[in-house]
Write a protein that binds this ligand. Structure first.
Ligand code: CMP
Length: 402
């Protein structure tokens, strides 16, 4: 007897509930039977098909599982869920690496994707999977070949702040929280990210330690792009590097503006211009960033970490200034006045710095009246501190603080 449309949702739900109970009681075959019933009632139910595919793998029916994952890939692609489609294809390849049909599927998915980009819904597709929707078809396929898939449980840490890491992650399913713990304060949430978002691009694009931790807030499926894989592809497909650079710079801009009010008076265009010129540098504890008596090679912003600032007197003694913490800037006075620096700045912890070349600093940062006012205030405070230090007996020298 045919099921009336009104009964359908209830029947589907009954089978799903029953399947969930079987899973809890360790009866995968019965759960599989229930999910198959759901698919008979609603063949487009991707959640039920995913469960069927997973249970087929669990019960050893690998070739049947491959067929289900293929169906899933097409269903996801048809509704624009490209990342899920890719993940399904990656699972097929993991089950059966020689699966030729999968590569064909991938190519078709890409073709659909690039077609969608040119349609009215393109903007939406781009917003949900920014990285993939910006790449041309052949580049997209090349990248797919090197992506690694991972599953993590809610609560697991995916990236740890301060560690070195050279890969980036794309969130296929689930949600994550990006958190940062300043050296002198409680943990702060920088962002909550969902499907289609990516993270870890800063570690991938620069050699700097991770600037934040990323924790799964629900079970997640992730695709990982490693530096090694990018290097292998980069030469042939410079587009990949370019797209990554753009995302990387956008995040950097967000961090720059958050970390120091100095940049707020700048217009959006000016900030964008600067971000193209800022370079990220990661340094180990102990690295000397500014050496007393020398000229500063750059304007620095301390994005993460802590630095010691010391005045070295000619007799070999050192007098400390307060440490530089996150958001601190240095190198600005000597650049403004073209003088040598009067203090040595040394990393106390591993640090992440943003560096701007002297010319850009003088030509694009200094002329802004709001920025100039703030810099003058900082300069005055720092000079007062130097004066006080010198009044205590340190030898006066002919160059300026920082
Ligand atoms: P990475 O430093 O490699 O590792 C931590 C990641 O957190 C970082 O790359 C970014 O991907 C992400 N992240 C850092 N700052 C922000 C931010 N302000 N908003 C969103 N994500 C961020």
């Amino acid at each position: 007897m045919a099921t009336s449309p009104l009964e359908l949702p209830q029947l589907v739900q009954q089978h799903k509930d029953s399947a969930a109970a079987h899973i809890l009681q360790g009866r995968p075959e019965q759960a599989l039977a229930d999910f198959r019933k759901v698919l008979e009632l609603d063949p487009k139910d991707t959640v039920a098909r995913l469960r069927v595919a997973e249970l087929l793998v669990q019960t050893g029916l690998r070739q049947d599982a491959v067929r289900e994952y293929q169906q899933l890939a097409f269903l996801y692609a048809a509704v624009g869920q490209t990342l899920q489609a890719i993940a399904s294809c990656k699972i097929i390849l993991a089950i059966d690496p020689s699966h030729q049909a999968t590569l064909e599927n991938l190519a078709n998915l890409c073709a659909k994707q690039s077609h969608r980009e040119h349609s009215d819904t393109g903007a939406q597709a781009r917003a949900s999977t920014p990285l993939f929707s910006e790449l041309p078809r052949d580049v997209f396929i090349a990248l797919l070949g090197v992506l690694k898939m991972h599953r993590v449980r809610g609560g697991e840490r995916i990236i740890t702040e301060g560690e070195r890491g050279t890969s980036m992650f794309i969130l296929v399913q689930g949600t994550v929280r990006v958190v940062h713990t300043p050296d002198n304060g409680p943990e702060r949430t920088l962002a909550e990210l969902g499907e289609g978002a990516f993270f870890g691009e800063m570690g991938l694009m620069s050699d700097a330690p991770r600037v934040a931790s990323v924790v799964a807030t629900r079970d997640c499926t992730l695709l990982e792009v490693t530096r090694e894989a990018l290097d292998r592809l980069g030469g042939r497909y410079p587009e990949i590097e370019l797209v990554m650079q753009r995302f990387y710079k956008d995040r950097m801009l967000d961090n720059l503006v958050r970390s120091n009010p100095l940049f707020q008076p700048l217009s959006a265009e000016e900030k964008q211009f600067l971000i193209e010129r800022f370079e990220t540098r990661g340094v180990e504890a102990g690295t000397v960033l500014l050496q007393q008596g020398q000229r500063s090679q750059a304007f620095y912003l301390l994005l993460r970490g802590r630095c010691a600032v010391v005045h070295e007197d000619p007799k070999g003694g050192e007098r400390p200034y307060p440490d530089m913490t996150e958001g601190a800037i240095f190198g600005e006075i000597s650049l403004m006045l073209d003088l040598r620096v009067t203090a040595t700045v040394r990393a106390l912890t591993p640090c992440v710095l943003l560096m701007l070349d002297p010319e850009t600093f003088r030509e694009r940062v200094l002329p802004n009246p709001g920025v100039r006012r703030m810099l003058m205030r900082i300069t005055r405070e720092r000079l007062d501190r130097t004066t006080a230090l010198l009044a205590e007996g340190a030898e006066v020298q002919d160059f300026f603080l920082l």
